[in-house]
Design a protein around this ligand. Structure first.
Ligand code: 8IG
Length: 272
């Protein structure tokens, strides 16, 4: 089945169609854990286990090819050493692509429809703490949604207390006690912040600035998933660093941090 063969205006029906396609194409009836890989995290799934199937994302209903270099357009099924089935979504849709919030959270809803109970959200982002040099992983403790939108429609009053599971953050700190935590502010992008906007984010309590994750986390909570969020600080946010931001810097910081964050993610997954 291709995307064009699924015609529905209900995002949950579309997610179920995607989950059905994944079950059929991977031969795995139900998955346990889903991972969304952001900037710098492309290779981080390689240590999780054995890849048993790789699907081009654009063949799965509702998914499209990613817009950003450094993002991977595949959906992989991985068998972990503990016998769990992980669904690795390498095809994130960002809000700035203009496809709407439903498209942004389609992967999350697909993960839930595929049976997943835990969602690991990763991203590359800007850091506000100067001690976080490029390549530092930081646990997301909470978020501030600055997109002025929500993935939920209608009177859907979902509680977001402990959205980023303290249980899962605890597991991560057992793996690496040096991990810091921070509050992630999602801006819409695609431009980076001005230095003034970074100072604003700092004053309202943010430690990290990015263009993803918060909307996905909200949809995940609504779908009943337990959320683990982890950022890779690939650059100091604008004005924190004396030098301007570049996409090349972001890609390079991700490359350099690859082995450490791959090991970290695999060790956390093994404990879930
Ligand atoms: I990678 O500094 C990455 N993504 N908003 N700001 C925002 N998004 C980012 C940044 C950043 N770095």
């Amino acid at each position: 089945m291709t995307t064009s063969e699924v015609t529905t205006s209900d995002p949950f029906v579309l997610a179920q169609a995607a989950a059905d396609h994944i079950a059929q194409a991977t031969g795995v009836a139900s998955h346990d854990i889903a991972l969304v890989l952001g900037s710098g995290w492309g290779a981080a799934a390689d240590l999780i286990g054995e890849v048993t199937a790789t699907l081009p994302a654009n063949e799965v209903p509702g998914f499209s090819s990613p817009a950003v270099e450094g993002h991977v357009g595949t959906i992989r099924s991985v068998l972990t050493r503990e016998g769990k089935r992980a669904l690795v979504l390498g095809a994130r849709t960002h809000y700035y692509e203009g496809k709407g919030v439903r498209a942004v959270v389609h992967g999350v809803r697909t993960a839930a429809a595929a049976g997943c109970r835990v969602l690991v959200l990763t991203n590359g982002c800007g850091g506000l703490n100067p001690a976080w040099t490029p390549g530092t992983p930081v646990l997301i403790r909470d978020h501030i949604n600055l997109t002025a939108t929500s993935p939920l429609e209608g009177p859907t009053f979902v509680d977001l207390t402990d959205l980023y599971s303290s249980r899962l953050r605890g597991l991560a700190r057992e793996v690496d006690p040096t991990l810091d935590e921070g509050v992630y502010a999602q801006f819409t992008g695609p431009h980076y912040e001005t230095p003034a906007e970074v100072q604003y984010a700092k004053r309202i309590g943010a430690d990290l600035v990015g263009m993803s994750t918060a909307l996905e986390a909200i949809a995940a909570r609504h779908a009943g998933l337990e959320v683990f969020g982890i950022s890779l600080v690939t650059n100091l946010a604008a004005g924190i660093s004396p030098t301007p931001l570049s996409h090349e810097e972001v890609i390079e910081a991700g490359r350099a941090a690859g082995p450490r964050i791959s090991r970290l993610l695999a060790d956390v997954i093994a404990k879930i």
